[in-house]
Design a protein around this ligand. Structure first.
Ligand SMILES: [Zn+2]
Ligand SMILES: [Zn+2]
Length: 86
């Protein structure tokens, strides 16, 4: 089974990936000739289950990604906990 990855990329308002060079502060494209509508946030899609995490701050996406990936890496058979661990 391939390694599960969840790279964080910039996203536009319509949810498409933003791979343009943008101003970190404003999210506006650095190249005024690019077809970038402006970066509105960051998102990551899990290569294993396709779940996506998005937020307007990369800072807030990263811990969600880490948490999500942990779910996939901690699937080693262990004693089943009874009931919902909440
Ligand atoms: Zn863009
Ligand atoms: Zn996943």
């Amino acid at each position: 089974m391939p390694r599960t990855t969840m790279p964080v990329t910039g996203v536009h308002a319509d949810g498409t990936a933003c791979t343009h060079q943008v101003n970190q502060r404003t999210g506006r494209p650095k190249d005024s000739n690019s077809d970038c509508p402006g970066r509105t946030g960051y998102g990551a899609t899990c290569s294993a289950c396709g779940e996506t995490v998005t937020n307007y701050l990369k800072l807030l996406v990263t811990p969600e990604v880490t948490k999500h990936l942990r779910q996939h890496t901690s699937t080693a058979p262990q004693a089943e906990p009874t009931g919902e661990a909440k």
